[in-house]
Design a protein around this ligand. Structure first.
Ligand code: GAL
Length: 714
């Protein structure tokens, strides 16, 4: 019966699958895939990145679909610019590659709110990713929106398009495990809903051990050679080969060596895997306020084979290209049979794929973590470095060994190109509890419920009246202010003066500010500026996680001992004045008075800076070096290139790292003690030849004279 079912599927659709592989037009394939997320680069960069991916040996480009980019307000769609999904897919098609479309619409991906639009949080009665009617309604609506668009553009493979697979949900099994029955029901519903869209191509669910038929469950991870699909008529697929790792503000730069990535992939292939996808093949940039986490950096470089700027990262790119070549040469043997495994020594073995028709491919593996060995196989002798595999596509000649890297590393440099810009500054309004556009309530409001994430910023302001009889006025022992916040960063002002800041981390977004504050007799203005650094993208019901100052807020060292300010009247004001005036745009920048020369504000908190510059000649990718700055956001010609936070230095372990041995996300890291992210990508296509406007908002205080424009070159 099962055999019959899969046969029918194979015969009627041009993409199908069996126990061994995905079949395209009836032919089993080994498919080599890489994740490239379209909004993480620019449409102008897409053709070259896709070409590089093709040249690197990929067959498939895998991308998520980013709901919050496509439907920023409910019912108002955006498929333009970096969100021109159709254009992206057509470019992939033109390059002769296939697409795996991960619709989600939950995507995780270190993307703001995991891809969900913020308005979705405020749909009455909603709970994300469970058996909840309002959620299922919205999820289904968006899934159909995307599938219908793809159909209308004839982008599914049976229609002549490049899409061979689609994904519904993302790594749901962990949530299902935690919430039990409603999770099981939701999985069943999501699967049925997806299949009911009739795309004509198979659906996949990653990390979903109970994926209902006919959906294929797939593996994500640093290793997947031991993964087994939930039915014996499904192929073994690896949707996320973590060939690098994500970066956080406050964390070092993770990397994973090419030898180790190649070893992990080859182990998967020699153990019957026939589809794998690098996550990421090109990571790119979290432009604007798209990064999630919270605390995910603006760079999403990911140590990917194509770097953030679209350039090949060597030796990784070429080493993996060589691997792909060897796999392709072995394809026929790999898809026609299961391997026969034999021992070649204590820690050595061989996997032989030999088909009835006579094709043969062999994989010689040395698991030893210390020693190189010589092994005999057939009539040959082969040298295997520690922790490596050699691929013999004809069972005779070594075409590739995972630890023998042909190219030397190519060192990319950030070369200063222009600096000494003529900056002007404008002082942002500092909360004094009397501004229009604010509202007063008793107690403190959760931040995102006020801002709906239209801005990172929310002011919390209250008046503290100090009587003339307060003892501290005599003793000079200043009262002690404590502010507890759900995150993510906080700046404290008293009577318009900054008294300090505090911030959380990816691991612990919560923070507490504490410090002595100079209060004077009479009314004092306490103003707390809370800022978010991307909304969470992972975790059980992450949509319910709070941000902002929720208290307690206390003042110790007054005559009464301690005041609890938490339930006082607080004035709330969302966003910055400069944001409301769009001072980062050409038009808006003329609406305020800027000062330069000797009146330029330096190291002053809450300051906007602007300058103009001409585009550097040539075509090397560009970045701004923000090493002299603290925390804030950068705009080029009115478009945000992302949050900067060079003042957040990397803590962690940056020891020596070898490709040998099992990898984990903190095994190989660099940049400890330095800014987690110093350079910020400026897309070439955002520039005019002359007169480009750069605007920086600085929260903590920085010296813009240290900002330079750099070129990325070898
Ligand atoms: C996976 C997830 C991806 C991404 C990755 C970490 O679990 O599916 O979307 O978040 O982790 O980079």
């Amino acid at each position: 019966m099962l055999i019959f079912l899969s046969w029918v599927f194979a015969a009627t659709a041009s993409v199908s699958y069996d126990n061994k592989a995905v079949l395209i037009n009836g032919r089993r394939r080994v498919l080599i895939s890489g994740s490239i997320h379209y909004p993480r680069s620019t449409p102008e960069m897409w053709p070259e990145i896709i070409q590089r991916a093709k040249y690197g040996g990929l067959d498939v480009i895998q991308t998520y679909v980013f709901w919050n980019g496509h439907e920023p307000s409910r019912g108002q769609y955006n498929f333009q610019g970096r969100y021109d999904l159709v254009r992206f897919i057509k470019l992939v098609h033109q390059a002769g590659l296939y697409v795996t479309l991960r619709i989600g619409p939950y995507v995780c991906a270190e993307w703001n709110l995991g891809g969900f639009p913020v308005w979705l949080k405020y749909v009455p009665g909603i709970a994300f990713r469970t058996d909840n009617e309002p959620f299922k309604w919205e999820m289904q609506r968006f899934t159909y929106k995307i599938v219908d668009l793809m159909k209308a553009e004839r982008l599914f493979e049976p229609q002549g398009g490049p899409i061979i697979l689609s994904q519904i949900e993302n790594e749901y099994e962990i949530v299902e495990y935690e919430i039990g029955h409603p999770g099981v029901a939701y999985t069943q519903w999501a699967a049925g809903m997806a299949v009911g869209t009739h795309t004509g191509v198979p659906w996949i669910m990653c990390k979903q051990g109970d994926a209902p038929d006919p959906i294929i469950n797939t593996c994500n991870g640093f290793y997947c050679e031991n993964f087994i699909p939930n039915r014996n008529y499904k192929p073994k697929m690896w949707t996320e080969v973590w060939g690098g790792w994500l970066m956080k503000f406050g964390g070092p730069t993770p990397y994973r060596l090419a030898e180790d990535v190649a070893f992990a992939v080859t182990k998967f292939i020699q153990n019957n895997g026939t589809y794998f996808n690098y996550y990421m093949y090109h990571g790119g940039t979290n432009f604007g306020r798209t990064s999630g986490g919270p605390f995910i950096t603006t760079s999403y470089d990911y140590d990917a084979p194509i770097d953030e700027y679209g350039l090949p990262r060597e030796p990784k790119y070429t080493h993996l290209k060589d691997l792909h070549n060897a796999i392709k040469q072995s394809e026929e043997a790999l898809v026609s049979t299961n391997p026969i495994i034999a021992s070649l020594g204590q820690k050595q073995e061989v996997h032989v794929f030999k088909s009835k028709s006579g094709v043969c491919a062999a994989f010689l593996t040395n698991y030893d973590q210390q020693y190189s060995v010589k092994v005999r196989f057939g009539n040959g002798q082969y040298d295997l470095p520690p922790w490596s595999i050699s691929i013999l596509p004809d069972c005779k000649t070594e075409a590739f060994n995972t630890a023998k890297v042909r190219l030397n590393g190519m060192h990319m440099k950030m070369v200063p190109w222009s600096w000494g810009f003529s900056w002007e500054s404008y002082n942002e309004w500092v909360g004094t509890a009397s501004d229009e556009g604010s509202f007063v309530v008793k107690g403190l409001k959760e931040q995102v419920s006020v801002t709906w994430d239209t801005t990172d910023y929310l002011w919390y302001m209250t008046d503290i009246t100090i009587g003339g009889d307060e003892e501290f006025l005599e003793t000079g022992r200043l009262p002690f202010l404590t502010v507890a916040s759900a995150g993510h960063a906080l700046q404290v002002f008293v009577n318009g003066q900054s008294v300090g800041n505090a911030y959380g981390s990816y691991e612990t977004p919560k923070l507490t500010f504490s410090g002595r504050v100079a209060l004077k007799p009479g009314v004092n203005k306490l103003a707390l500026l809370s800022s978010t650094v991307g909304l969470p993208n992972i975790g059980l019901h992450f949509e319910t996680w709070n941000a902002g100052v929720l208290g307690p807020v206390t003042l110790e060292g007054v005559n009464d001992g301690k005041w609890d300010l938490t339930k006082w009247e607080w004035s709330h004001k969302k966003g910055l004045e400069g944001e409301a005036l769009s001072v980062f745009s050409f038009k808006g920048s003329s609406s305020v008075k800027w000062t330069g020369g000797s009146s330029l504000a330096i190291k002053r908190p809450l300051t906007w800076y602007k300058t103009t510059f001409d585009a550097p000649e040539g075509n090397e990718p560009l970045a701004v070096d923000m090493i002299s700055m603290g925390k804030g956001e950068i705009w080029i010609n009115g478009q945000s290139i992302g949050r900067h936070w060079a003042a957040n230095k990397a803590t962690g372990g940056c020891g020596k790292c070898s490709y040998i041995g099992y990898y984990h996300e903190t095994k190989c890291q660099s940049g400890c003690g330095e800014a987690s992210q110093r350079w910020y990508h400026v897309p070439r296509s955002w520039l005019y030849p002359k007169g480009n406007l750069m605007v920086v908002f600085e929260e903590w205080g920085g010296d813009p004279r240290g900002i330079s424009l750099v070129k990325r070159t070898t």
